[in-house]
Design a binder for this molecule. Structure first.
Ligand code: ADP
Length: 434
């Protein structure tokens, strides 16, 4: 049987966030890292680790901040693959802070997907009330404040100075945008569908949809049943699976049994990760600190880390980390340059992860978005079956290794996860075994 829902996400951690929400709503989900060749047999099975099939596939692109033409090209390739895999509905996933300037990619990608699908209308809502993202009268709120008054106005790559999404989309698209406001959404799916009909008759291509609660997203989900394309943050995933009769179930998050050694590789320098490392060290657990300046001096830091790990894997989990407080990171960046330091550390940690897997690690936590990307690439992982959630937004996943084995991996972006994440994660996996 083909997949039901085909998703195109504009970045990696956003893809995982969406996949995690779909699993929690009862779908079995595989996340693919970039687009497989069209017709590539078994890509979904490869992601599954155990060859099982999936109800939804999320393709993770890196298209958020690339030029619009490149984002369109990658998104159309993803669409072609998803359609060949049988997807009945397409979900274009972007950030819940709608990271996209007037020259941004959300509008052009949406229009290209509509064209390719032979469709003339879709909806847009980045709302994710559980994470404090709400849309009211077409304006996006981040917590208590308008997007344009939030930290996003100073974002280095996608500064957001207009919180009115109708005008943001109007500026980005050839077509025109309209609004389905909160009063209509509150009335339910029939009222939303009637408003969609009216907007189409006015010749509009897209409707920004208000949503301030999960109930709003559930009503919207029911209203867009059968719509070829929807566009949203990860929140709308709450409301879609029910259209195919899926209900929340533990079975959707089932992974193959886990085994092997356990390790954590942390290249994140964010506050939450610093605390997680501190807690792990305070617990007296085996940990090896990676010093970027020693890597820059040409020392074999990866080799030392692996030697340390080999001696301690039996009492794992073992932690290998470059995580430092902001002051220490600034010092290193001042000496090496931020980009150079980042790359050196990512390359080293990716080699460590490879060596750990060679030494029998089969349960691996990686902290850091960029670090996760480097590790996954080094391991030759192309797909992940999404399993049970550890903490909000971070699930365990099962990945097929190139040699046919299965690796359980949790990819944690910087500020996610509770303070004991590096031990809680393994306990969570254990529970799924029993
Ligand atoms: P996060 O998700 O917390 O932003 P990322 O892995 O995406 O984590 O980004 C952290 C960046 O900082 C990476 O490029 C990583 O290589 C780099 N880095 C990690 N440790 C250090 C360090 N001690 N000094 C300088 N840069 C570091």
């Amino acid at each position: 049987m083909g997949i039901r829902l085909g998703c195109i996400a504009d970045d990696f951690t956003g893809a995982t966030d969406l996949a995690n929400n779909l699993v929690r709503a009862g779908m079995r989900v595989v996340q693919l890292i970039d687009v497989p060749e069209v017709g590539a047999e078994g890509a979904v099975g490869a992601g599954a680790g155990a060859g099982a099939d999936a109800d939804a596939v999320v393709i993770a692109l890196k298209s958020r901040t690339v030029p619009a033409a490149d984002a369109v090209e990658a998104s159309l390739r993803a669409l072609a693959w998803l359609r060949s895999a049988g997807a009945e509905q397409i979900y274009f996933k972007y950030c819940s802070t709608f990271d996209s300037t007037p020259d941004g990619n959300i509008g052009p990608v949406t229009e290209a997907l509509l064209d390719a699908l032979g469709s003339d209308f879709t909806v847009a809502t980045p709302a994710f009330p559980d994470n404090g993202r709400t849309v009211f009268k077409g304006h996006l709120f981040v917590g208590e404040v308008l997007l344009s008054e939030s930290g996003m106005r100073h974002h280095p790559l996608t500064p957001m100075t207009d919180s009115n999404l109708v005008s943001v989309l109007d500026a980005q698209m050839k077509g025109t945008a309209g609004l389905i406001d909160h009063a209509v959404v509150g009335e339910g799916a029939d009222a939303i569908r009637a408003r969609i009909r009216a907007l189409r008759e006015e010749g509009r291509q897209i409707a920004v949809v208000d949503a301030v609660s999960n109930d709003d997203l559930v009503r919207l989900g029911a209203a867009v049943r059968g719509m070829p394309l929807v566009t949203a943050g990860s929140g709308l995933a709450i409301g879609l699976p029910a259209n195919w009769g899926f209900k929340p179930s533990r079975a959707a998050a089932q992974l193959p049994p886990a085994g092997g050694h356990a390790a954590v590789v942390s290249g994140s320098v964010s506050a939450a990760t610093n605390e997680q490392v501190r807690r792990f060290l305070r617990g007296g657990r085996p940990a090896f600190s990676v010093d970027p300046l020693r890597i820059a001096d040409g020392e074999d830091v990866a080799g030392e880390a692996l030697e340390f790990a080999t001696a301690h894997l039996a009492d794992g989990p073992v932690l290998v980390y470059s995580t430092e407080a902001p002051g220490a990171v600034r010092t290193v960046q001042g000496r090496l340059g931020a980009a150079e330091a980042g790359e050196l550390v990512e390359r080293t940690l990716a080699r460590v992860a490879q060596g750990l897997v060679e030494r029998g690690v089969r349960r691996l936590v990686v902290a850091g978005g960029e670090t996760s990307g480097a590790v996954v690439q080094a391991l030759g992982v192309t797909g992940l079956r999404i399993g049970p959630q550890i903490d909000p937004g971070v699930p365990w996943c099962a990945a097929a290794l190139p040699d046919g084995g299965t690796l359980h991996v949790a990819l944690k972006s910087g500020n996610f996860g509770g303070p004991e994440f590096f031990t809680d994660a393994f306990a969570r996996l254990g529970q799924e075994d029993s």
